[in-house]
Design a protein around this ligand. Structure first.
Ligand SMILES: [Zn+2]
Length: 546
């Protein structure tokens, strides 16, 4: 196996990819190098910036340099002793309509130049393709993919099998599941560049996850043309392991300065919001006064640093189990990224299934966006599937406390004392205590120490969607269980009336005896205990009368 996963968070992974020129760590960004016009030499990209790999275009090499890269070997030709990946010219087909080469030629050429990671000559679907055209691109790419395994002559090169289909998700699914049957080492999502240029990150979420759900999940996935640091966190979280960036050089040419939250024109900058070795010693004014060529190199170098530092932040977030928090932070850099994050709701069960269950850190819950995170989804599913063996007659619902685990809170201790003083032992055994809380909805007291039910911090008061979510979990629990009596403790200041009302309605519909008290009321512990005593007694009398 050429890919080994070391660490995971959401669908992201830190992994080791083994190639014939060495092992590289993912998530990995390949700067795009065009030997004909290259602002920063490949040697410097490795030695000064620390990039372990780069990508170049086999079609352009072949057209422009003919057999020279084959004779000298690609690594010597580029003067780069890291890992080299080659793209096939697929993007050129998309832009210029056709290329003067064949699939067989491009396969053979990539073997001759001794690339480490090679790409078949796929046929990009593009963004504006009709369905008929999209079907054709999927079929032809699959045909060429199958042919590869007849015509290749070397075993030491990793081959990339691109997934096509564009915005037609059923075609993406078909393309992915057929590609996945072939023995590729790596897969790629074909030509999402236009989707990204149009800021349709919600469509990108659909495309990536459709591919992901239909590909062998253990194989690395490359996202072609994903060159901007402001969307790395999103793409990595969705399970993209490899990226390439031409944007660092293209933007530099247009005097555009990358940041982790977007792009700024050089002339708009009064201060550099970056402390990379380039930006530390210069001011925007000095750079704008430079000759164009020098300015372009300066910006390309800064842009590379900006990409690199975001990749590192994302990796560290995976290590800490805080990728979701990082993703939320980044999604506030642009409304379309936030829209994309909201889109994850549709895929929350798939993401949950492949996310780690235990993490090195607790969760930060900021808003209802966090309701889609795997830990919340997992708790909801497990509670409703597994917490059904209790045949308790009464339920006490308590509001979340600042103290965690909840059973150590003053609120819970007050209740425990009142129950012990008022009820008989056999009656206390008939009572279930649950806390309603954000973001997990409902936490039975027996589970309050299970990760992450007490390892999280929540911004209170919760927003409306979160309150509605919690109310729905309470209603769901009452409808699933056989309680005869429910006592609800409200914390009006934090929760208002919504959860209380939902709970009361659910009880009325089911004929469950219901009461509520506010925790502001000093005598609530005694009142709850008396209410339960009387009603458990009534239940007992009812049973003996039967
Ligand atoms: Zn900088």
């Amino acid at each position: 196996m050429s890919f080994e996963v070391k660490d995971r968070d959401l669908l992201a992974r830190i992994g080791k990819l083994r190639t014939k020129s060495g092992v590289v760590e993912t998530p990995l960004l390949f700067p795009v190098v065009n030997p004909a016009v290259q602002p920063i030499s490949p040697k410097r990209i490795r030695e000064e910036f620390g990039f372990e790999a780069l990508i170049t275009n086999a079609y352009i090499l072949k057209k422009r340099f003919k057999m020279e890269p084959a004779e000298r070997g690609l690594h010597k030709f580029l003067d780069f002793n890291g890992v080299v990946m080659t793209d096939s010219g697929a993007y050129q087909i998309l832009v210029y309509g056709d290329v003067e080469t064949t699939s067989e030629e491009i396969v053979a050429y990539q073997e001759q130049i001794d690339t480490d990671i090679a790409t078949i000559l796929d046929w990009p679907t593009g963004w504006k393709a009709t369905r008929r055209h999209a079907e054709q691109t999927v079929e032809e790419t699959l045909k060429r993919a199958r042919e590869l395994f007849q015509i290749r002559t070397r075993e030491d090169i990793l081959w990339v099998g691109p997934v096509q289909g564009g915005r037609y998700l059923d075609l993406v699914a078909k393309s992915a599941s057929e590609m996945g049957k072939l023995p590729f080492h790596i897969h790629a999502l074909g030509s999402p560049t236009e989707v990204m240029e149009n800021y349709r990150f919600d469509v990108l979420v659909d495309m990536i996850l459709t591919a992901k759900m239909n590909l062998p999940i253990e194989r690395p996935l490359h996202l072609f043309g994903a060159g901007h640091p402001f969307m790395f966190a999103l793409a990595v979280a969705l399970g993209c392991d490899l990226f390439d960036s031409a944007a660092y050089a293209i933007y530099a040419k247009e005097s555009r300065y990358m940041t982790e939250t977007g792009t700024v024109r050089l002339e708009e900058l009064e201060y550099f919001p970056c402390a990379c070795p380039k930006c530390s010693s210069k001011t925007p004014k000095e750079i704008s006064e430079m000759p164009p060529k020098e300015r372009q190199v300066f910006l390309a170098e800064h842009n590379l640093y900006a990409c690199l530092s975001e990749i590192r932040r994302v990796k560290q977030a995976i290590r800490e189990g805080r990728l979701w928090e990082h993703l939320e932070l980044r999604s506030h850099g642009h409304p379309t990224l936030l829209q994309a994050l909201k889109r994850l709701k549709i895929y929350e069960e798939f993401i949950e299934k492949h996310s780690p269950t235990v993490k090195p850190s607790g969760l930060f819950f900021f808003s209802s966006l966090g309701l889609s995170r795997p830990e919340v989804v997992r708790h909801r599913v497990r509670l409703s599937e597994r917490f059904t063996h209790y045949e308790r007659e009464a339920l006490i619902l308590m509001p979340q406390t600042k103290t965690k685990p909840f059973h150590r809170s003053k609120l819970y201790k007050k209740l425990g004392k009142a129950l012990r003083n008022t009820l008989r032992m056999e009656d206390t055994a008939k009572i279930q205590v649950c806390f309603y809380e954000a973001p997990f909805g409902l936490v039975p007291i027996e589970l309050d120490e299970v990760y992450p039910l007490s390892q999280h911090e929540t911004a209170l008061p919760p927003d409306l969607e979160t309150i509605e979510y919690v109310a729905a979990q309470v209603v769901n629990h009452i409808s699933q269980q056989n309680y005869k009596i429910v006592a609800f403790l409200n914390n009006h200041e934090v929760w208002g009336e919504k959860v209380l009302k939902a709970c009361r309605d659910a009880c009325q519909n089911k004929g469950v005896i219901f009461t509520s008290f506010d925790i502001e009321m000093e005598e609530w512990p005694g009142l709850v205990a008396d209410f339960l005593k009387q009603n458990l007694e009534k239940q007992r009398r009812g049973r003996s009368a039967d």
